[in-house]
Design a protein around this ligand. Structure first.
Ligand SMILES: [Zn+2]
Length: 184
């Protein structure tokens, strides 16, 4: 096999590249040499492109970048470090997913608790106002104030504290008093 045939390509015959020994030129592909090489472990003969072998040599760690094409060989890709991180990554992704789901659940629970507490606080704050309003509206109905003049609870809670206090004081003093002008 004359090197002249290679036309600008290094003759790799006899080179040891990682786990492999280059046996001979197997042919060409896109005008570049294809090399017949033997795996030092499983002894399976296989072909590699010139570029693949050169890249492996130039990497300085050919055993880590050039894999045996026999999938049952321990020099094949499945046994290499490449596979380990992907499994590791899958587990990590699963852990992240579980973590995010747990976080979301905790956040939802905390929000529901905050909303319930706020609603309870609103109800508690409203209780005395509601009692005052019940007293006011019952008295106004008794006094004969037209219904459209009686403020609903919603309006009652909007009144200022001092106005509500004056009204309650007035109706307790005089049960016949009519309060008008509260409705908007
Ligand atoms: Zn092999």
């Amino acid at each position: 096999m004359g090197t002249g045939f290679l036309r600008g390509y290094a003759d790799l015959t006899g080179f040891k590249i990682g786990h492999f020994i280059v046996d001979s030129l197997a042919g060409t592909r896109n005008r570049a040499p294809l090399w017949e090489i033997t795996c030092g472990h499983c002894r399976v003969s296989q072909t590699f492109e010139h570029r693949q072998l050169c890249n492996a040599l130039e990497s300085g760690r050919p055993a880590e970048v050039l894999f045996c094409q026999n999938s049952r060989c321990r020099c094949s890709r499945k046994n290499n470090v490449d596979e380990t991180p992907s499994l590791f990554e899958i587990r990590q992704q699963e852990r992240e997913k579980r973590k995010r789901a747990a976080q979301q659940e905790a956040e939802d629970k905390a929000r529901a608790e905050r909303e319930l507490a706020a609603a309870t606080a609103r109800d508690a704050a409203l209780a005395p106002l509601r009692a005052e309003w019940a007293e006011y509206s019952a008295q106004q109905i008794q006094a004969g104030t037209p219904l459209h003049e009686i403020a609903p609870l919603k309006r009652w809670v909007e009144l200022s504290d001092s106005l509500r206090e004056r009204i309650v004081t007035a109706i307790r003093k005089d049960q016949t008093i009519k309060v008008t002008g509260l409705r908007r």
